[in-house]
Design a protein around this ligand. Structure first.
Ligand code: SAM
Length: 274
């Protein structure tokens, strides 16, 4: 049954404030599930099961599915739809308030989700900065966000560096608004992120790395000497000296920096006791 009729049956109006645009195109749902390459040995975390259309497909392929949904109005609908799937557990909570490693347990897990777009970056941080990260993520996001995440040096943002530090993103497919009900105002894309076992660059530690990256992006379009000087509380001169020690021209801008250059900068800062 399509999401519109299903929600009407349970007398539920979709909430825009919760990013409730439900996918009804079976071909698209199949492709998303296939992109996750699930086996019966896999545990899956789904964020926002909604009406359960994707959940059903995940349940058909994986050994365990944990779905976290913030909207408790969906409880009767999901209970009925997933009644024949004892290996699916639905948790009614805000994903950002959930301790994901504790919920998923010690075994590796995979995330598959048509994300609520209003908290895409926060969810990515919540999952990737956790002490135990997912092995792989297959995420439907706004097309524009997918492009930002996939960007190359010259167009990098804090979001792109944060994702690319933890894993390799690639685009699986584009989705037009017509595949959803209600239709969103924007195009969407499915991203698959394969998470690295260890970071692709040599950093003193993650916190030190992200401290310099955040400082570098703290002032839009400014030269790095100014952004880092302000962001690290060093002043321009000391920031320029630090950048030069790391082999980076102090007049460069944050969006042009490669991951390896950010790592060199983090090492220089650590060596300088910063
Ligand atoms: N998976 C369904 C589908 O593909 O049709 C629904 C996807 S819809 C874009 C996003 C879902 O995330 C909604 O069911 C919404 O209620 C849920 N959601 C929104 N905010 C959430 C949060 N903070 N934690 C968990 N789920 C959330």
């Amino acid at each position: 049954m399509n999401p519109r009729s299903l929600l009407e049956r349970y007398n539920i109006q979709p909430k825009k404030s919760l990013g409730q645009n439900f996918l009804h195109d079976p071909g698209v749902l199949d492709k998303i599930a296939a992109a996750a390459e699930l086996t019966p040995a896999d545990a899956v975390l789904e964020i926002g099961p909604g009406t359960g259309a994707l959940t059903e497909r995940l349940a058909a392929a994986a050994g365990r599915v944990v779905a976290v949904e913030t909207d408790a109005r969906l409880q009767p609908l999901l209970a009925e739809r997933l009644a024949s799937c004892p290996h699916v557990e639905v948790v009614y909570a805000d994903i950002l308030a959930v301790d994901v490693p504790a919920l998923m347990g010690p075994a590796p897990y995979i995330v598959v989700a048509n994300l609520p777009y209003y908290i895409t970056s926060a969810i990515l941080r919540h999952l990737l900065e956790a002490p135990r990260r997912p092995r792989r993520l297959v995420l439907t996001v706004q097309q524009e966000v997918a492009e930002r995440i996939m960007a190359a040096p010259g167009d990098l943002s804090l979001l792109a560096v944060s994702v690319q530090f933890y894993g390799q993103p690639r685009t699986v497919m584009h989705i037009k608004p017509a595949a959803f009900w209600p239709r969103p105002d924007v195009d969407s894309a499915v991203l698959r992120i394969d998470v690295y076992d260890r970071p692709p660059v040599d950093v003193p530690d993650e916190r030190a790395f992200f401290r310099v990256v955040r400082a570098g992006f703290s002032q839009k379009r400014k030269q790095l000497r100014n952004a880092l000087g302000a962001g690290l509380g060093l002043g321009g001169e000391a920031a320029a000296a630090l950048l030069t020690r790391a082999g980076v021209d102090p007049r460069r801008r944050a969006e042009t920096m490669t991951l390896a250059e950010w790592a060199a900068l983090a090492r220089a800062a650590a060596e300088g006791g910063l």
